[in-house]
Design a protein. Sequence first.
Length: 818
Amino acid sequence: MDIETHRVVGVVTARAALDVRELNRRVKGKNQTVMLSTGRLEKVAFATPSHILMKVCPELGLDDICPYRGLLSFTEEEAQLFYGKDKLISKLEDSLLKNPCFLAVVGSSGSGKSSVIQAGLLPRMNRRLCSESKESKPIKARPTNHPVQALLSELSFVLYGERGVHVTRNRRELRNEIKETIRARSRKTVIFIDQFEEMFSSSSLEQEEFIDILIDLIDENHKITLIIAIRSDFYSDLLNSSLSSFLEYAQVNVLKTSLEEIEDAILKPAEKVGLRIEPGLTRLITDDLREATQNPLPLLQFTLTRLWEVEHTSNLLTSDCYLQIGRVTGALTTWADNVYYSFSEIEKQIARQLFTKLVRCGSGDVPDTRTRLKASAMRSYSVDLPKFNYVLEKLIGSRLIVSYKDEDDGHEYIEIVHDFLVQEWQLLRYWITESRETLLQRDKIELAAEEWKNKNKSRDYLWQGNLLAKAVRFNKQYGDELSLSSISQEFLASSVSRRYRNLIKNVFIGLLAPLTLTGILGFQIRKELRLGQYWDVINAHSEENPATSAVLSNALEKLHEAGKSFSDIRLETATISDVTLSSSDFKLADMQNISIDRVDFQNADLRAADMKSASVDKVNFQNADLNGINLAESQLTEVNLSYADIRRADLTGSSLARVRIVDADLVRANLTNASVSYSDLRNSNLSSAYLSGTSFYQTDFRQAKLNNSKLCSTTFVYARFERSSMQNALFIGSDLRNANFNSSDLSNANLTDANIDNVDFRGAKGLSFSQIRAARNWQLAIYDDDFRTGLISYQASNEEDSDNNASSSLLICGKPEF
């Protein structure tokens, strides 16, 4: 047993042996190590590692210790597992020797400030001070929303054993009493304020009192040591506070973690608990971290924790597993997927709304980045507040979103934890694409407001006309939710004020002219005449006399804006592009051989429309009703069909490339002989759908429903089916090579003659030996160890397959392990 971690690392046994050579022959290949041998007929000691004991005797109940902390900070309890910051800890100690009263540890988010203090500096101080004065544990506090109350509460609890009684007393009296109590103690008192930046989100009076208390506690007799950890982006606030005079000789900056420190953080904690690291894995991780982020520690700890969770039973972290969980950046994005898919459908919509509002869209070479918004504004827009709070708290608890208070306005703000999540999380990338227009409108207002401010708020830079009308509508719907800046709010208010002044002026002038009923009627007549001209454009279109795309698209948009229906319209061979037709009515429309490019059909009604042999490119059908639509032999490229109703749709022989069909309903849809590649069908319902002869190359079916679907002779090469449900599905003769069925439900699925070469069945539910044996290349698939063992036994007992026993066993099992 390891003395410090209390982890059982193995057992030592002894036995009589004939001689060392015989013993070595018998032990060869076993998971034991000869510890001691003194010759023929002597005792020999064997050491058996704990992970081997667990395999052969699980009832021992040995608990492994994870030497890594995920996204949590290290504390004093994990000090024996904290490595990689020895030089920094020594630097902190040196600073305290020079100035024992105060120490400010400054570093960017994720640099490891809290961990190095709690698991590095404080334990060393405790060991040193205990030998001198039997020092008690340090007093730890966070400013939170009410820094003075939080500090006094923690101090009174440590000194008197109670919080509430003392905090409710007069603050001045309590401060003096605490100070005198500390001075009277024979022991040195260490106070650690973590996340000191939270203090700056409180009122100015609260800030002053909080800092006054801290300065008052620091005395000349060195009875108190105050240590604070603060984010570097709040350093200017610290410089402007009364603590600035302490910073010149009592500040240590946390610099970028070196390669050597990263290696120590990987290898030494593992060594401490007897965990093995495969040769080459450390180099692979450090190479990836060099490209990943400036502050790699959170990602490093999270990735190592995920590796341990997957492989701790074998007591060996491997490069293969590291690649499977997605490497350094991929591990966290996979985790983000898992958090999202753990929500209910309503909760997923809330999570999606949160993430898309927390992104600032870039343009050109400027990438999309995270931004912040007011939590209170999001709550006010939420229809189901309890569910919103649950989703937000889970995302914060999962460290995908962080929450903090603003130092200027006191509001609680939330933001995505890292920019790389914005760039690398594929699901979020899809959402950003779909919401990009709204996000760009927000950024457009911000830029115009900044320009107006830089031009001394000249009225010449105010918006008017349609530009202003759109901005006002946007602000009404999204302003608080997307956290428009105060200058943007002022810019819009000034623009509206100018508009009203001009309107009053125009009305006054208008009163001087006669306003008659004839004029009003004339306006209506002219309006209807214009709409009639648009209908003439559409009705005149034919294959022999086609209307131009621009003219036809403009006519459709104008009629749609007037609230007209296009039910039963005839648009065969037409070309429509760059037009918004959201929530339009195209029921039973005849649009065979139509070409549609960059058209917004969001929430549109296209039930039973005939779009056979259509060419559809970059079209948005999100949440549209496509029940019974005919898209046979059509070409769909980069089309968004998410949340659409596609039940009983005819897509036979169609080609779908890079199509997004997330959360769509395709029950009884017919995709026979279609070609679907690089598409996203996550969470979609394809139950009882007809998919025979279809090619789904590199298509994502995660968490999709394919129950009772006909998938005969279908290609699913490199398809992803994780956590999907395929009960009673027919995969007869299908090509499933390199597909991933991890944690999917294959109850009663028919795999007869399917090619399952290199298919990942680990964690699959409802999978039977007979199902697998009916498939081709079943020996080359990937299984859970227990299923693989059972499959070997099933094969051995099956007389008709006896000729293949020897070769198949080797292919399934590889080298035997115990």
